[in-house]
Write a protein that binds this ligand. Structure first.
Ligand code: AMP
Length: 331
């Protein structure tokens, strides 16, 4: 396939890193692909796209994927994650970490036992886990970077199956190509994926089809949201309500974008109680129209991107202070 100029330019920018990564992939017979815990479309799509690409091009290598499953994505969109025994990690292997910046968010800590760690990501990160990381904070999705790497690999082939996974990641993290992180390069990557023959209408159906019961959750959100003085819309889903609605906290956040196109709403959040907390209780998903909300997410124990970030609060006594921090951005 003829490469788009933006893909060629990207390949030139990461020429050294791509070459080192190809060399490492060729060298190791056992490779494990990692992503972040509490996965989203991009985390799982990028992970499974890369696993499939590697299996297709290196059928004699052992390629694995690990991490927690998603309550509705697996096995509907992605295969159930493998459970690798500790004994697997005793022999040399390569770890490829995708779509995650901070070490404590990597879904399986055993990447630390790898002889070689590679990383492809679009999150800001304080720690350096790979010697030659391939990181582009401006990429709309981790999938955008990994597909670029695949397309720039001369002689390697991108199958329809791998492209389907990658496309899910690209669409998921770019908000269906709506977020400002979407660039000409993002579309060039989409073009490369569509050229494999995937049906994007089938993929959208698989990703976004809802059940009648999902409408009850939407109804609850529409009846219980609040808006701060300067246009921060938010809704809370306590564990008890999740139980009544028969949803998990992961499912609870999927209504957050109900507020994305409302005049006067500058940012919006879902605040869902985690029924199995370790050291924190409520997960917050924050989205914004234009403002960079990631510093607020960072302040509140999370991080992410300018228009889509995640944070956490201990309990609802912290809610007002959290919303005020966001609200002050628009005062
Ligand atoms: P979410 O609201 O969970 O869909 O997350 C939105 C974006 O923020 C995704 O790119 C996540 O990877 C990122 N994110 C969510 N939670 C955190 C966190 N605790 N630390 C860093 N990034 C996060």
């Amino acid at each position: 396939m003829k490469l788009d100029q933006s893909v060629k330019d990207y390949g030139e920018k990461f020429k050294k890193e791509y070459s080192l990564l190809r060399r490492a992939i060729r060298r190791y017979d056992r490779i494990v692909v990692y992503r972040h815990s509490k996965p989203d479309y991009d985390a799982m799509g990028t992970q499974m796209g890369l696993v499939t690409f590697l299996k297709d091009n290196f059928p004699n290598k052992e390629i694995h994927f690990v991490g927690d499953n998603h309550v509705t994505f697996t096995p509907r969109l992605f295969p159930v994650t493998e459970k690798l025994p500790d004994s697997f990690f005793a022999d040399p292997f390569m770890a490829i970490v995708v779509d995650v910046g901070d070490t404590d968010r990597i879904a399986d800590p055993r990447f630390q036992k790898a002889k070689y760690v590679a990383k492809m990501d679009h999150h800001p990160c304080k720690e350096q886990i790979a010697r030659h990381p391939i990181v582009d904070l401006g990429a709309a999705a981790a999938s955008e970077i990994v597909v670029d790497f695949c397309l720039n690999w001369k002689g390697a082939s991108l199958s329809k199956e791998a492209a389907r996974y990658f496309y899910i990641g690209l669409v998921g993290d770019s908000g269906r190509f709506m977020y400002s992180s979407t660039t000409a390069h993002t579309f060039a990557i989409a073009q490369g994926l569509i050229a494999t023959g995937i049906s994007i209408s089938d993929i959208y159906l698989e990703m976004y089809e809802k059940k009648i019961d999902d409408l009850k959750v939407t109804a609850y959100v529409l009846n219980h949201f609040a808006v701060s003085p300067h246009g921060v819309a938010y809704y809370c889903l306590p564990a008890k309500v999740q139980e009544e609605l028969k949803i998990t906290s992961e499912q609870g956040k999927t209504n957050v974008n109900l507020f994305s196109n409302i005049a006067g709403i500058n940012a919006w959040c879902s605040i869902t109680e985690d029924p199995n907390p370790k050291d924190w209780c409520w997960r917050v998903s924050i989205r914004s129209k234009k403002a960079d909300i990631s510093p607020i997410a960072f302040k509140w124990g999370g991080g992410g991107h300018a228009q889509a970030s995640g944070a956490r609060i201990k309990d609802l006594t912290e809610l007002d202070a959290f919303i005020k921090d966001l609200d002050d951005m628009f005062a």
